[in-house]
Design a protein around this ligand. Structure first.
Ligand SMILES: Cc1cc2nc3c(=O)[nH]c(=O)nc-3n(C[C@H](O)[C@H](O)[C@H](O)COP(=O)(O)OP(=O)(O)OC[C@H]3O[C@@H](n4cnc5c(N)ncnc54)[C@H](O)[C@@H]3O)c2cc1C
Ligand SMILES: NC(=O)c1ccc[n+]([C@@H]2O[C@H](COP(=O)([O-])OP(=O)(O)OC[C@H]3O[C@@H](n4cnc5c(N)ncnc54)[C@H](OP(=O)(O)O)[C@@H]3O)[C@@H](O)[C@H]2O)c1
Length: 384
């Protein structure tokens, strides 16, 4: 039998059970957000990962929200309903562990609109061509809001459960290296909390991790491979430039731990951004130790709310345009991780500007240069 054949295979159907070993806040008191560091023990599981991989975590719903939902449904939770695997289980348990009960899915919306009747607002919004209107109507509304707003809409419990989607895993970029932290996997997670329609909302997985797990909780998880998001081999001279504002820092902490553990040769440059240097400089001491021992050659930080005007990672990149272009000319790989909707778009724009300005290229030539970087897999993105 080959060595790999005996390795355990973990996936959605057969998850690894990890346990919390340690967790602490990365954001200080007074920060405008709540981001936490988690360390999970993989002891005895044999689960392995590489820097650049993500951890898929299967969360549980908030029991308080489930109880509110049961009240709206007029149920006590002991009623038996089919679980995810069709086997009967008590409704309360099924709503906590098996089904998505926050953002309403299509099947639920269709059933709800049918019951509410053709004159209802939702039925109108479900007409073809009104997808954008439906999206803005639903923004910030959860299943419970729709049910509370229309008490005349009644579901049989089994029927309701039949319209719900499965509770699915959430992915988190792994922020540790197995070489540096054997039998351990670390995550860097922003807790999602917001208010809408007069209720406090909680992101399912991020608040499960932040509020309701302890050392005894079973954390079902498996590895989602990072595919193209990989480091050069340690003996390669290839420089790396890592741009990771916010939780986007996660895979780069893994990269740096791995670089130290393997005495990686190429140069490394990190861009990190958050709101305030005082209470949001994640892993500051660790990164400074990497600078001190040469694991990291340069770190540029952008704290967006430390001054009047916003300062972002792409502004720091533009300030260092000449050096950054030099690194690209030396064959550097450019990595970016974090917010897809705004940050990664602006960082991409900045990269084009840098190649234009520092490289003396036209807009078109810069676009070709960056396309060539992508083709050579020297521009790698892990954005969400
Ligand atoms: C490859 C990959 C890697 C990732 N790595 C990380 C990571 O390292 N760290 C990290 O923190 N996250 C990471 N994420 C994001 C993570 O997977 C989850 O999406 C995130 O934690 C939210 O999950 P949740 O279950 O807490 O929230 P959910 O229950 O999924 O709720 C999020 C939803 O709430 C709604 N919502 C959110 N804010 C508002 C608002 N203000 N108003 C109205 N509605 C709102 C939106 O519909 C949003 O989709 C990654 C994602 C991917 C795909
Ligand atoms: N639903 C929520 O409550 C919530 C909250 C936070 C994040 N998120 C999402 O979660 C993901 C990760 O968030 P995060 O906490 O890791 O950090 P983040 O929100 O991406 O913020 C990290 C840093 O990036 C800055 N930033 C904002 N816009 C930027 C831009 N266009 N270009 C460059 N930098 C920019 C932020 O500044 P400023 O904030 O000062 O502008 C902050 O300093 C993102 O997808 C984000 O959209 C959701």
């Amino acid at each position: 039998m080959s060595a790999t054949a005996s390795k355990p295979v973990y996936n959605r159907k057969n998850p690894c059970i990890a346990r919390l070993a340690r967790a602490y806040d990365l954001t200080g008191a007074g920060a405008p957000k709540h981001t936490r560091h988690y360390e999970f023990s993989l002891q005895g599981s044999g689960m392995e990962y590489l820097p650049g991989d993500s951890l898929a975590v299967l969360p549980q719903n908030d029991p308080d929200l489930v109880d509110d939902l049961l009240q709206v449904l007029g149920a006590d939770g002991s009623e038996m309903v089919p679980g995810n695997d069709k086997a009967p289980k008590p409704l309360r348990e099924a709503l906590i562990t098996d089904y998505a009960i926050t953002q309403p899915g299509k099947k639920f919306l269709r059933a709800f609109a049918e019951k509410a009747g053709p004159e209802s607002e939702l039925a109108g919004l479900m007409e073809p061509g009104r997808e954008k209107d439906l999206e803005s109507y639903l923004w910030g509304q959860e299943l419970i809001d729709l049910l509370m707003a229309a008490p005349s809409v009644k579901f049989e419990l089994e029927e309701l459960v039949g319209t719900l989607q499965k509770l699915v895993v959430r992915l988190y970029s792994i922020s540790s290296s197995l070489r540096a932290r054997p039998d351990q996997v670390d995550l860097t997670v922003a807790t999602v909390r917001y208010d809408s329609h007069g209720r406090s909302r909680k992101g399912v997985a991020s608040t499960w991790l932040a509020e309701r797990i302890d050392e005894s909780t079973e954390i079902p998880c498996f590895i989602s491979p990072g595919k193209g998001f990989r480091m050069p081999e340690p003996e390669e001279e290839t420089p790396i430039i890592m741009c990771g504002p916010g939780t986007g820092i996660a895979p780069f902490r893994a990269f740096l731990q791995e670089r130290r553990a393997t005495s990686a040769k190429g140069k490394a440059w990190l861009f990190f951004g958050e709101t305030h240097s005082e209470h949001c400089y994640f892993y500051k001491d660790e990164f400074e130790s990497y600078l001190a021992d040469g694991t990291l050659d340069r770190i540029d930080t952008a704290f967006s709310r430390d001054q009047e005007t916003k300062l972002y990672v792409q502004h720091r990149m533009l300030e260092a345009a000449d050096q950054l272009f030099d690194w690209l000319e030396q064959g550097a790989i450019f990595y970016v991780c974090g917010d897809a909707s705004r940050m990664a778009v602006d960082v991409d724009r900045a990269l084009h500007k840098i190649v234009e300005r520092a490289g003396g290229k036209t807009e078109e030539q810069a676009a070709d240069y960056i396309q060539a970087m992508k083709d050579a897999k020297r521009y790698r993105r892990d954005v969400y």
